[in-house]
Structure formats: C-alpha cells, structure tokens
Design a protein around this ligand. Structure first.
Ligand code: GRF
Length: 213
C-alpha cells in the first residue's frame, strides 16, 4: 500500500474530527477586523476556527488582542529573513502546521508575494476600505474624500498579484457627508467592514466546500 502523505493524512483526520474550516489571519496593527472574525467564529456565525494569527509587526496590538481571546498569535518579522521568499515560506509553514484552509488579511500592510500566492492560490482574501476598483492602495478614505465621491464603502476581495485587484466577494456602501473628515469617514467605513468581513468569509467557505464535493 502506498504511504499516505502527511498533508493528506492531516486533511483526513480533520474531516473526521470536525467540519469546521481553519482560518489563518495576517495582521500588522490594531486588529479590529481580526477581533470581529475571531468573535464571529467563537459565536458560530462563521463555520470555522481561527487557528493562528500572524503579524509582520512584532508591536501590533492585534497580537495581544488575539491572545486575550485565546488564539495563538505570533510575529514573523520580515527583517529576520534574507528574502521575501524565506519570510513568506515561514508563514506558509506556520499556516500549513495549523491546517489553514483560508487566509484572511486584516490590515496586513505587506504586499503578498509569489510564495504565499502560489501556496494559497485563490485562498487568500482581503478587506479594503473603498469601493474597489476605485481608490486602491494606501489612504483609500483620503483618496475618496479628495475625489469628492458622495458614496464610499468597503470591499472584501480575493488576493492576486495585482494590488487590491482580485475578484470582489462582497461590498457595502457608506454615504459621504459634506462635513466628513478622513477620521469620521474611516470610522463609518470600519463599521461596515466589521459587518461584511464575516459574511464574506462564510460565503468563501461555502464555495470552497462546494468545490471540494
Ligand atoms: C482596515 O480599514 C482595512 O480595511 C484596511 O486596514 C484597516 C485595518 O484595520 N486593510 P484593523 O487592523 O482591522 O482595525
């Protein structure tokens, strides 16, 4: 009989023991979206467990927050590695060790490179504070205000090799008032982010499950 490969074995054990998916969350800072995702999993609003939180920033507040919610959280500092490949390879190993099915970026401020993209092809999603494809990149809320849009919003999308350019999973809109500042608009958008991210994760997990059947 051919030997069972370790990855396959882990998958089979997981199928037997639980029907819940495993999420890995990558952060860089505050971690409010991460917080919402963890709580939604713990409240069974998402059919998954957050298995690991990884931050590229060792000082991210989200690390402390994740720990306080009983989630394993650690920093992987890119400056400890000789290349982006080595850095991302370490992240891939950690995600694989935790049998992660879906990687959720939540305020992760690094551009995802080929190593992660290849390993988790179509299994990395991100939340961005604009109605994509408008206002990609940094300071999306400021860009929206400067442009004078009357409706802003947020988008959850798949991650590919184009910055904020992957297929959109869910969006929601936020009306912009005359007196909105970058701060007030960011706050209103963040509230919407917290509503749509858990829903988008549930949607992606359902489609992953369907494609496995
Ligand atoms: C959010 O506005 C998200 O859309 C963007 O970065 C911010 C992260 O906030 N990608 P938090 O760390 O989830 O509180």
């Amino acid at each position: 009989m051919a030997p069972i490969k370790l990855e396959q074995f882990k998958k089979e054990i997981k199928t037997l023991s639980t029907s819940k998916a495993s999420l890995g969350i990558l952060i860089s800072g505050r971690g409010s979206n991460m917080d919402i995702i963890i709580r939604a999993c713990q409240a069974n609003q998402i059919n998954a467990d957050v298995s690991i939180v990884i931050s590229n920033n060792p000082n991210a507040n989200g690390l402390i927050l994740a720990n306080s919610l009983g989630i394993k959280a650690l920093a992987v500092n890119p400056s400890d590695f000789n290349s982006k490949h080595e850095y991302e390879n370490t992240i891939c190993e950690l995600l694989a060790d935790h049998s992660v099915d879906l990687v959720c970026l939540a305020g992760y401020m690094k551009i995802v490179g080929n190593t992660l993209l290849k390993k988790y092809d179509n299994k990395i999603i991100n939340i961005h504070p604009s109605l994509l494809p408008s206002f990609k990149g940094l300071n999306a809320q400021k860009q929206a205000l400067e442009y004078g849009v009357k409706f802003a919003g947020c988008s959850v999308h798949y991650v590919n090799d184009v910055l904020d350019g992957g297929k959109i999973i869910l969006q929601d809109i936020v009306p912009v008032s005359e007196d909105d500042t970058e701060e007030t608009l960011s706050h209103k958008i963040l509230e919407k982010e917290h509503q749509i991210y858990p829903k988008a994760i549930q949607k992606v997990l359902a489609s992953l499950k369907k494609s496995e059947e």
